[in-house]
Design a protein around this ligand. Structure first.
Ligand code: F6P
Length: 380
């Protein structure tokens, strides 16, 4: 039996530790079980197999990688895999290209005798994996095959797990950026608007703003957090309370929904707010920074590597035993995740249907941001 593995979508620190854990667990149980590497995400599955790069993992491959950021397997997004919109002018060609991609992937999986494909990524990657699984089953009916998803995204927005691999490292990276910015903006008595990744969900922005002690946070899920009138009212209240500087964290998803120039507009409003000028005797300067892809880089945190180890080993259990080490038999394509300290398994369809998992306005975490950050009527 052979197990395939690939990393897909945005890289996330800890992906390497997950591959290593899957390899070690598989080999520990069955030394002749092969773990096939597919490089550069789904692209590696759909190109001509080449014995140099598409081969089973050797212990040397997974040595000295646990501390490294990124993914040593390579990753990528594959636009050919997305279902084109029904009104696309080149619909027929795109559908044919997608079909061809899926067929080659299915044949390659068959030729490498892969019965379980471990895909480490986010919901877009799981959609791609589901399409490949359907093509495989159609082409090779009756052959055993399953997809085992591992949550790997700094966005932490997958249904079926409390935490995704890479999120903790990214959170620490953003908090580190906030702390560094604090030094410079305190010196200048400025406001800083810090743009943070998270295209549909605000987990990274919200938690980094809480942990970094920001004055305000804007997330895509809660529209009133982007309201610039309210933000200006809060900053005025802060200046009255003698705050020296302000950190405003904004999730990428807000820029998509409220306009790419959201930060520029807010910066201009801060610099021209008459009440702030009256209180200070001069305008408050505002600067815009973006953490960008830096959030995804660097050595994985201890917590991410621990999570990656737990999930990589659980994926090996599902591949070899058809269940978690102490669980019931599991059918079909699944994702392994965690709830508290327990590993849980969720059908892949359910993960896809309920992802992205959004921040809820009623959640304790979002409510906490209201308690800890600036408010317009602040009296202390
Ligand atoms: O990994 C997910 C994510 O971090 C999103 O928040 C962001 O929109 C996207 O990746 C950007 O990734 P890239 O520019 O590498 O495609």
């Amino acid at each position: 039996m052979s197990v395939g593995i690939l990393t897909s979508g945005g890289d996330a620190p800890g992906m390497n530790a997950a591959v290593r854990a899957a390899f070690r667990s598989l080999k520990m149980r069955a030394p002749d079980c092969e773990l096939m590497l597919f490089r550069d995400g789904f692209r590696g599955l759909a190109r001509r197999l080449d014995s140099a790069s598409d081969r089973s993992v050797d212990r040397k491959d997974v040595r000295d990688i646990i501390h490294r950021g990124g993914t040593f397997l390579g990753t990528g997004r594959v636009p050919e895999l997305y279902m084109p919109p029904a009104d696309a002018p080149d619909l027929a060609e795109r559908l044919a290209a997608r079909e061809a991609f899926l067929r080659v992937a299915a044949v390659n999986l068959f030729q490498t005798r892969v019965e379980s494909l471990i895909v480490i990524g986010g919901d877009g990657s799981f959609r791609g994996a589901r399409a490949i699984a359907a093509a495989y089953r159609e082409t090779f009916p009756g052959r055993p095959f399953r997809v085992i998803g591992l949550p790997g995204t700094i966005d932490n927005d997958l249904h079926g797990t409390e935490f995704s691999i890479g999120y903790d490292t990214a959170l620490n990276n953003v908090v580190d950026a906030i702390r560094k910015l604090r030094d410079t903006i305190e010196s200048h008595r400025r406001a800083i608007i810090l743009e943070v990744m998270g295209n549909t969900s605000g987990w990274l922005a919200l938690t980094s703003a809480i942990a970094g002690g920001a004055a305000a946070v804007a997330i895509p899920e809660v529209e009133e957090t982007w309201d610039q009138d309210e933000l200006i009212r809060r900053l005025i209240a802060g200046v009255r309370r003698d705050y020296r500087y302000f950190i405003i964290v904004v999730a990428e998803g807000v820029l998509k929904r409220a306009g790419a120039d959201w930060s520029q507009r807010l910066a201009r409003r801060i610099e021209t707010a008459a009440p702030i000028q009256e209180i200070l005797g001069h305008a408050m300067e505002a600067r815009i920074n973006s953490v960008g892809h830096v959030a995804r880089g660097g050595s994985p945190s201890a917590l991410d590597n621990t999570l990656a180890g737990l999930l990589g080993a659980a994926a090996a259990d599902v591949a070899q035993l058809g269940r978690l080490a102490h669980g019931e038999p599991i059918a079909g394509d699944v994702m392994v995740g965690t709830r508290g300290t327990r590993v849980i398994v969720t059908p892949l369809d359910e993960v896809i249907e309920h992802s992205p998992r959004l921040v809820e306005r009623e959640s304790d975490l979002f409510q906490l941001s209201n308690k800890l950050m600036l408010s317009a009527g602040q009296a202390f």
